[in-house]
Design a protein around this ligand. Structure first.
Ligand code: ASP
Length: 440
C-alpha cells in the first residue's frame, strides 16, 4: 500500500467518528451529484438498499428503547407532583417552540410569497401520478378526524407494538409507568428488568453507530441522486423560504429560548448533539435518530431522568420543523392558486399545522401525509390539491431531511432547558468537550 494511502487511512481512523459521519454526508452529496439516478439507476438502487438497511437497523432498537426509557424515566421521577411538573414544563416548551415555528413560517411565506408565479411550472404528468395518493390521504383525514384521536388510545397495546404505532405505545407505557411508580417497592423487579433492557439497547446503539458513516453516506447519495435539478424550477423560492425559516429557528429561536429559560450554553449543546443532528438529516426520521439523541444528551450531562422522559415523547410529538414546513407549504399552495388569505385563515393554517405535525410519526415522509389535515381548510379543489402536491413532492426528501434535523434538535434543546431548570444537568460534562467520550 502506498504511503499516501497509509496516511489517509491513519487519518481516517484517528479522527473522531462524528467527523466520519460528516465526511459520509459530504461524500454522499458529491456521489449523488455525480451519479444521478436517471443515468445510474443501479448505483442508486444499491445505495438506497444500503441506506434503507441502516434505517431498519436503527429502527430495530427504537421500540424497546422508548418503552424502557419511559418506564425508567417515570419511575425515577417517582412522585406524582414532580412528574406533573416535568410534564407541564415539557408541554409548555414544546408549545412555545412550535408556535414560534409556525409564526416564522407564516410570516416568511407572506413576505416572500413563494407561490406567486409558480403555477406555470406545474407538471401535469406528475400531477396525474399523484392523484390516487392525494385523494386517499385527504379522504382519510376528512373521514377520520375523530377516529384519529380515538386511534391514539391503545385498545390492544400489543397490537400497537406490532404495528409500531408510537403514540398509542407511549400512552400505554406512560400510564403503566405511572402505575408502577405508584405501587412502591414491589415495582423493583419490573423496573430492574427495564433497566437491563435500556442498558442493552444503548449498547446495541453504540454498535449500530459504527455503521453510521456508511449508512448516512448511502442515504444522502441516494436522495441527492434521485433529486432532479430541474425540479427546482418553480419551487426554488419555496425551498429558500423553508431553509431560511428553519435556519432562523435553529440559530435564533433555540438560542434565545435557552438564554431566556436556562443557562445552557448553546454552542456546547449543539456540539454535544452533532452526531444526532447529522443522523437526523441523513435518515429523515426522528424515531430512528432517538437512540442517538438519548445517547448524546445522556453521555454529555443531561440526566437519565430527563432524557428518558422528555426525548421519547419529543421524538413522537414535538415536530416544530414539520409544522414550519407545513405552514409554508400550505400558504405556498394558496398563493399558487390565488386564494385570498385572511388573517383568520392564516391562523387556522398555523394551528392546524401544529396539530398535524404532532400527529406525524417520526418517520420519513410522515409530514407530507398529515399536511392533508392542514390543506382541508383552504378551499382548493381536488384537482388543484393534486397538482399542488406534485410541487411539494419535488422537494420532499430534502425538505424532510431538513425539518427532521430541527425536530430532533428541538427535543434536545427542550430536554436541556428542563434539565437546567431542575438541576438535572452535569455542566462539567457538558462543558468539557474533551472530557466526554466519542459517542459513536
Ligand atoms: N420525517 C419527520 C421526522 O421524522 C416527520 C415529517 O415527515 O415531517 O421527524
Amino acid at each position: 500500500m502506498g504511503i499516501h494511502m497509509q496516511i489517509l487511512i491513519a487519518i481516517l481512523l484517528g479522527i473522531k467518528r462524528n467527523w466520519h459521519i460528516f465526511f459520509g454526508l459530504i461524500a454522499g452529496i458529491i456521489v449523488g451529484i455525480l451519479f444521478p439516478s436517471d443515468s445510474y439507476p443501479l448505483i442508486n438502487k444499491v445505495l438506497n438498499f444500503i441506506g434503507q438497511g441502516f434505517i431498519n437497523i436503527i429502527q430495530m432498537v427504537v421500540i424497546p428503547l422508548v418503552i424502557s426509557a419511559i418506564v425508567i424515566g417515570v419511575s425515577n421521577i417517582g412522585d406524582n407532583k414532580q412528574l406533573a411538573k416535568f410534564g407541564k414544563k415539557m408541554i409548555f416548551y414544546y408549545l412555545i417552540i412550535t408556535t414560534v415555528a409556525v409564526t416564522i413560517g407564516a410570516v416568511l411565506a407572506l413576505i416572500f410569497k413563494p407561490g406567486l408565479g409558480a403555477q406555470s411550472f406545474i407538471n401535469p404528468d406528475v400531477a396525474q401520478q399523484l392523484q390516487g395518493f392525494v385523494a386517499s390521504a385527504i379522504a382519510e383525514q376528512k373521514a377520520n378526524m375523530a377516529g384519529m384521536f380515538l386511534d391514539m388510545i391503545p385498545k390492544n397495546p400489543f397490537n400497537s407494538l406490532g404495528q409500531g404505532q408510537m403514540i398509542p405505545i407511549i400512552i400505554f407505557v406512560l400510564t403503566f409507568a405511572i402505575a408502577l411508580a405508584k405501587v412502591g417497592e414491589i415495582n423493583r423487579p419490573v423496573v430492574s428488568f427495564f433497566e437491563s433492557i435500556f442498558a442493552a439497547t444503548m449498547k446495541v446503539t453504540d454498535w449500530i453507530m459504527y455503521l453510521a458513516a456508511p449508512g448516512i453516506f448511502a442515504l444522502t447519495a441516494s436522495s441527492v441522486g434521485s433529486f432532479g435539478i430541474e425540479m427546482f424550477n418553480g419551487v426554488w423560492k419555496y425551498f429558500l423560504v423553508i431553509t431560511l425559516g428553519l435556519a432562523i429557528q435553529f440559530f435564533v429561536t433555540y438560542p434565545l429560548l435557552m438564554k431566556i429559560f436556562s443557562k445552557v450554553p448553546v454552542g456546547k449543546l449543539y456540539t454535544a448533539i452533532t452526531e444526532a443532528i447529522m443522523v437526523a438529516f441523513g435518515t429523515a426520521s426522528s424515531s430512528a435518530t432517538l437512540p442517538l439523541t438519548i445517547t448524546c444528551c445522556e453521555k454529555r450531562g443531561i440526566s437519565n431522568k430527563i432524557c428518558s422522559f422528555v426525548l421519547p415523547l419529543g421524538a413522537t410529538l414535538n415536530m416544530d420543523g414539520t409544522a414550519l414546513v407545513q405552514t409554508v407549504a400550505v400558504i405556498f399552495l394558496a398563493q399558487t392558486y390565488g386564494i385570498e388569505l385572511s388573517l383568520a385563515l392564516i391562523v387556522q393554517i398555523a394551528v392546524l399545522a401544529m396539530i398535524a405535525s404532532s400527529t406525524s410519526a417520526g418517520i420519513p415522509g410522515a409530514g407530507l401525509i398529515t399536511i392533508a389535515l392542514v390543506l382541508n381548510g383552504i378551499g382548493l379543489t381536488p384537482e388543484q390539491l393534486v397538482v399542488g402536491f406534485s410541487f411539494l413532492f419535488a422537494l420532499e426528501r430534502l425538505a424532510d431531511m431538513m425539518r427532521t434535523t430541527l425536530n430532533v434538535a428541538s427535543d434536545a434543546v427542550v430536554a436541556a432547558i428542563i434539565a437546567d431548570n431542575e438541576n438535572e444537568i452535569n455542566y462539567d460534562l457538558l462543558n468539557s468537550t474533551d472530557g466526554y467520550k466519542d459517542i459513536v
